[in-house]
Ligand binder design. Structure first.
Ligand code: GDP
Length: 444
């Protein structure tokens, strides 16, 4: 990816260089439901060459930092965050201050990372000053004397950097989204699928393929550029077993497992007339175990409404959440395969959850949320020592994994981890997407 990060200790001129390269100060702040998602990532455009520029300047202040120790720690955190997000680093040092021990420490971290590093020796305001740049040769990176404020040497730096960036990517053909429809027998899976495929916007693209365990139905919604492709994994449509009841159960369980494993998003159909059963809990457990994105469809809502005026959605929901406590992250939709209620919206929910499972949060944004979380509710103390949080990175999508680097993972407590997970959900949404946090000892 074409991502460039600027790192360096405080006051060397990182922000000035950032502004010089971007041409303007842009700090994008999204205000959503009271949560500030603050990113300092800019789309930079250097003579038609586009790349992302990251400023880690605001990071590394986990708590009020004033002491020299904390400046060191904060600078190291910034460097690590930059390494996590960017393959190309502009390492800024200050000629007027000369080579500082902290510059050497940052250089060591950058050498270890294997990233491509350009050393910008800043404050080379005139030719005399420029001489001082060569003190930094010993750090082992190509040195570019620059003055961010006086716009000197910037072109030379960028002419060296730009050819190193990978070529801009062309969008590739979209892979179909694999959607498994699962649930206990008679919940209405077949009826839901039939209703869905009857929607006038849905085009079943091919002759459905039958595997031993399921029928896969490729379909498309929309046309041209905006077309969205799906592969529906139908576990119910396979010829119903004629053996004894236990055999039927065994085969249908096996089919459910395999369908879940193959899916990007799982649609779990529940019978709204009868409420959740033990069987439903087992299906839910499989989805959790497979770490898949999920939506819950409460089907036969036409009946639930008719049968009992009191069975309202607000009454049903708490019961459902209680029966399936580990499914709290999954959005719930009340539908009727019979009269078509909310069937369209179920597709929107599938798309939404699919997008959530693929969310990539930049390390800078993630660390601002970690920072706020640490300030609001300090990490636990164990064995007389406090868990110290250095920084976090996202290490995977679908499922979404976060690595949080700490002094010692054994100081942690499960309730604090749960709190952190809730903070991530509050900040990033991630509805329907399972998320995992792994504490890792910072190696040093
Ligand atoms: P599957 O085993 O999960 O595939 O369930 P089916 O789709 O075969 O449905 C089981 C039964 O529930 C059938 O008799 C359907 O007609 C009925 N059914 C399915 N969806 C609905 C619905 O939304 N409303 C009502 N009233 N009946 C439904």
């Amino acid at each position: 990816k074409r991502v460039v990060a600027i790192v360096g200790r405080p006051n060397v001129g990182k922000s000035a260089l950032f502004n010089r390269l971007v041409g303007r100060r842009v700090s994008i702040v999204h205000e959503e439901e009271g949560v500030t998602r603050d990113r300092i990532v800019c789309e930079a455009n250097w003579e038609g060459e586009r790349f992302e520029l990251i400023d880690t300047g605001g990071l590394g202040h986990f708590g009020k930092q004033v002491s020299p120790d904390q400046i060191v720690e904060g600078t190291e955190t910034q460097a690590e965050v930059a390494i996590a997000d960017a393959s190309f680093i502009i390492f800024v040092v200050d000629i007027s201050a000369g080579l500082a021990p902290l510059d050497e420490e940052v250089a060591r971290i950058l050498h270890q990372s294997g990233r491509t590093v350009f050393l910008a020796a800043n404050k080379a305001d005139n030719e005399d000053r420029e001489e001082g740049a060569y003190d930094f040769d010993q750090l082992g990176f190509p040195v570019f004397p620059v003055s961010a404020v006086h716009n000197r040497g910037i072109v030379t730096l960028m002419e060296a950097l730009i050819p190193e960036l990978p070529k801009e990517e062309n969008p590739t053909e979209e892979e179909p989204l694999r959607v498994a429809v699962v649930g206990r027998p008679n919940a209405g899976k077949s009826s839901y699928i039939n209703r869905l495929l009857k929607d006038e916007r849905v085009i079943v693209s091919d002759i459905p393929g039958t595997t031993r365990d399921s029928i896969e139905i490729p379909f498309t919604i929309g046309k041209g550029e905006t077309a969205r492709h799906y592969q529906l994994i139908d576990t119910a449509g396979v010829q119903k077993d004629t053996r004894g009841k236990s055999a039927v159960d065994w085969f249908s369980n096996l089919r459910t497992d395999k369908a879940i494993e193959r899916a990007d998003v799982v649609v779990m159909v529940l019978d709204g007339e009868t409420g959740p059963t033990t069987r439903d809990k087992k299906v839910a457990a499989k989805i959790i175990e497979a770490q898949k994105g999920c939506i819950l469809l409460i089907n036969k809502w036409d009946l639930a409404k008719d049968a009992d005026e009191d069975v309202t959605q607000t009454k049903y929901l708490p019961a459902l959440r209680e029966a399936l406590p580990f499914m709290g992250f999954a959005p719930v939709l009340f539908v009727s395969a019979k009269d078509g209620y909310n069937i369209k919206r179920s597709v929107e929910a599938i798309d939404y959850v699919a997008a959530q499972t693929r969310v990539e949060i930049t390390t800078g944004v993630l660390n601002r949320v970690v920072q706020q979380a640490v300030e609001k509710y300090p990490p636990p103390i164990a064995k007389g020592k406090r868990l110290k949080v250095f920084y976090a990175t996202q290490s995977g999508t679908n499922p979404i994994y976060f690595k949080v680097f700490v002094n010692d993972p054994t100081y942690s407590r499960s309730n604090w981890l749960k709190y952190l997970q809730n903070q991530f959900r509050e900040a990033f949404g991630l509805e329907g997407a399972p998320i995992f946090i792994k504490l890792v000892a910072r190696s040093r």
